[in-house]
Design a protein around this ligand. Structure first.
Ligand SMILES: [Zn+2]
Length: 144
C-alpha cells in the first residue's frame, strides 16, 4: 500500500470559499450547519447564496440537530478519485435531515443486517467531513 499522498487533491473536501467557509469551520468543530431562509422559513443544503425554494437572499446559518433518516444508499465499489480509492467499498447515502434538507453523505458503522430506508441516523464527523451513522434507536418522526 502507498502511504498518504499529498500531491493529489481530495475530492471529499470541497475547497471552501467565502460562502461555505463557515460550514467547513463548524464541521471541523463537530457541528453541522444548514442554511435557513428568513422569507419562507425552509432550510436547505448544500449552502447557497439564495434560498432554492423562493430565491430570497435572506438566508442565514443555523446549527442542525444532526438527526436524519436514511432516504437511499448505494454501495460504491470503485472510485478513482482520492481519497475514495482507498476506502472502497463504502456506502454513499442520501439522508433527510430533521430540518428538512436532503443531503448527500456517507453512511458509516452500518449495522450487520444492513441499512434500511427510514432508519434513524445521527451525524458523525470524519476528518472534518460530516458522515452519518445509525442513530440512537428512537425514530426521527415527523418534523417538529
Ligand atoms: Zn425561501
Amino acid at each position: 500500500m502507498d502511504g498518504p499522498r499529498h500531491d493529489v487533491p481530495r475530492h471529499d473536501v470541497p475547497e471552501p470559499d467565502a460562502l461555505t467557509r463557515p460550514y467547513w469551520e463548524a464541521a471541523a468543530r463537530g457541528r453541522l450547519l444548514v442554511r435557513r431562509c428568513g422569507a419562507c422559513g425552509r432550510a436547505h443544503h448544500y449552502p447557497r447564496e439564495f434560498c432554492p425554494h423562493c430565491w430570497s437572499e435572506e438566508v442565514s446559518w443555523e446549527e442542525a440537530s444532526g438527526r436524519a433518516t436514511l432516504y437511499t444508499w448505494s454501495a460504491v465499489h470503485r472510485n478513482d478519485l482520492p481519497p475514495f480509492t482507498g476506502r472502497v467499498p463504502y456506502l454513499a447515502a442520501v439522508v433527510d435531515l430533521a430540518e428538512g434538507p436532503r443531503m448527500m453523505t456517507e453512511l458509516v458503522d452500518c449495522p450487520q443486517d444492513g441499512p434500511r430506508a427510514g432508519m434513524p441516523l445521527e451525524v458523525a464527523f470524519r476528518d472534518g467531513v460530516p458522515v452519518f451513522r445509525p442513530g440512537p434507536g428512537r425514530a426521527a418522526g415527523p418534523a417538529g
